[in-house]
Design a protein around this ligand. Structure first.
Ligand code: SF4
Ligand code: FES
Length: 482
């Protein structure tokens, strides 16, 4: 492995490693705008310049790679990089001044303020002064469809968004038009980003506030938001996300990339805009027994009065939930899995599974059998199973499976549904208990690749709503089930 020196610190890296990445490995963050690990490097912003010994000019660290070592000296120092010379500082200040020539000073009303690379780098590497006395160019903001808004005044022409629509999502809706100071990012005429199911990612990619999300625009200053590490519940990929929240309300979901895992860099718009379901509204649901409000004790006693219990766990919940729910079953073979949603594969490079059931693997590992609900119906009809406990979310079950689950609930002498909010199916059960949604609890899942992914509580559930393990503890106090 060749050795390089970065500010006199020696480091062995694979040949072909980007200098920018090598610097990161020794804890030096090189400022950059146009570089993104998933996009073709274009080296247009010039913010990542570094000094390389023996080279007459500064070099862009986002396109310069570490050369291989000579065969007879495999550990030789092949490159000496300096990131802190006066020439580098001068170049960065010059780039910042250039980028700010036309950038408006509208940080007080810009949604990016607080997480803006232009602000950060200007503070860290800029000169603090402007020699610009001419009028700045001015555009009115434009809608790029219903989801995304562009403010061209703020654009620094890094082209990350353009490259994303060409190289990743594939629609090529965005382009750069005109030249020089009139250069602008726009859509090809007639195209909007609405047809692009990955469009929301351009907002994350934009290092400044030029591209903003219509549903988050002007809603919350980002420094008030807290971020909880979570996962997307939309598919068996279990993509890592951040839940940005404040005042017990989720405001947005963003990808939470995992080092070395390309599939975690982007999320679909379906995953991104699923945060509204996490915020509760209306009256808090309460336990019910035979269509009337009831105490948990009454439900426990009703369950206590039945015989053999089978459980149906929908694979969209966490492993701890699956484990505790499984303990309610009277026998190991009375754990059944449900959930049969599948998703269209839109981008095979990033969507490696069509399974729409988040934790199918985790439930299977805990003894839940999927595709066996017909068997359970037979057992209930023959009187072998007296009570059925169903953990359910209506969004992940097809009409056919919902009908089958309805038959099971109807046939069972006693049934109990555990749901976040009452569904038509859940209300068919003899008893109903309210449970936390996945933003209101901490747990983990095993995704379809067998990777364990944890998620943490972001929101506080209303009083009276409990996690499944907490309800199971309450129900397991039944002597017959303990
Ligand atoms: S809109 Fe944002 S991401 Fe697109 S080119 Fe301009 S600054 Fe870059
Ligand atoms: S990040 Fe290297 S030139 Fe833009």
């Amino acid at each position: 492995m060749p050795t390089i020196k970065i500010n006199d610190v020696e480091l062995s890296v694979n040949p072909g490693t980007l200098v920018l990445d090598a610097c990161r490995q020794v804890g030096i963050d090189i400022p950059h705008y146009c570089y993104h690990p998933a996009l073709t490097p274009v080296a247009t912003c010039r913010m990542c310049l570094v000094d390389i010994k023996g080279q007459p000019k500064l070099a862009t660290s986002c396109t310069t790679t570490v050369p291989p070592a000579p065969k007879d000296k495999p550990d030789a120092v092949v490159m000496e990089v300096f990131t802190n010379t006066p020439a580098v500082a001068d170049a960065r200040a010059g780039v910042m001044e250039f980028l700010l020539i036309n950038h408006p000073l509208d940080c007080p009303i810009c949604d990016q303020a607080g997480e803006c690379k232009l602000q950060d780098y200007s503070y860290n590497y800029g000169s603090g002064d402007s020699r610009m006395v001419e009028a700045k160019r001015h555009y009115r903001y434009e809608d790029l469809g219903a989801k995304i808004v562009i403010d061209k005044n703020r654009c620094i022409h890094c082209t990350r968004c353009v490259r994303f629509t060409r190289e990743i999502s594939g629609g090529g809706e965005l382009t750069v038009a005109n030249r020089g100071s009139r250069l602008e990012v726009t859509t090809f005429s007639g195209l909007s980003l609405d047809q692009n199911p990955f469009a929301g990612n351009v907002v994350d990619l934009c290092p400044v506030g030029a591209l903003t999300s219509r549903d988050f625009r002007f809603r919350k200053r980002v420094w008030y938001l807290k971020s909880a590490p979570s996962i997307s519940r939309c598919s068996a990929l279990g993509n890592p996300i951040w839940i940005d929240h404040e005042g017990n309300k989720a405001y947005r979901l963003r990808p939470r990339p995992t080092e070395g895992k390309e599939t975690t860099l982007f999320i679909t718009d379906a995953e991104r805009y699923a945060y509204e379901f996490l915020n509760r509204s209306g009256a808090t649901p309460a336990p019910r027994l035979k269509a009337a409000p009831a105490s948990a004790e009454a439900i426990r006693e009703a369950l206590q009065a039945t015989g053999t219990v089978a459980v149906i766990g929908q694979g969209t919940f966490g492993c701890d939930t699956a484990q505790r729910l499984g303990e309610l079953a009277s026998a190991a073979d009375l754990r059944y899995g449900s959930g049969d949603r599948t998703l269209p594969i839109l981008l095979p490079r990033f969507q490696t599974s069509a399974d729409g059931i988040l934790n199918r693997r985790g439930f299977t590992e805990r003894g839940f059998r999927f595709g066996a609900l017909q068997e359970l119906l037979g057992k209930v009809q023959q009187g072998e199973v007296k009570a059925v406990v169903l953990l359910h979310d209506a969004a992940f079950t097809s009409a056919a499976e919902t009908a089958l689950l309805g038959q099971i609930l109807q046939a069972a002498p006693f049934s109990l549904a555990l749901e976040v909010a009452p569904s038509d199916l859940g209300l068919q059960a003899t008893a109903w208990l309210p449970i936390t949604n996945h933003a209101e609890e901490s747990d983990f899942i095993v995704n379809h690749d067998g990777e364990l992914r944890r998620y943490q509580k972001a929101l506080q559930a209303p009083k009276g709503i409990r996690t499944v393990p907490a309800w199971v503890k309450e129900l397991a106090a039944v002597p017959a089930l303990a």
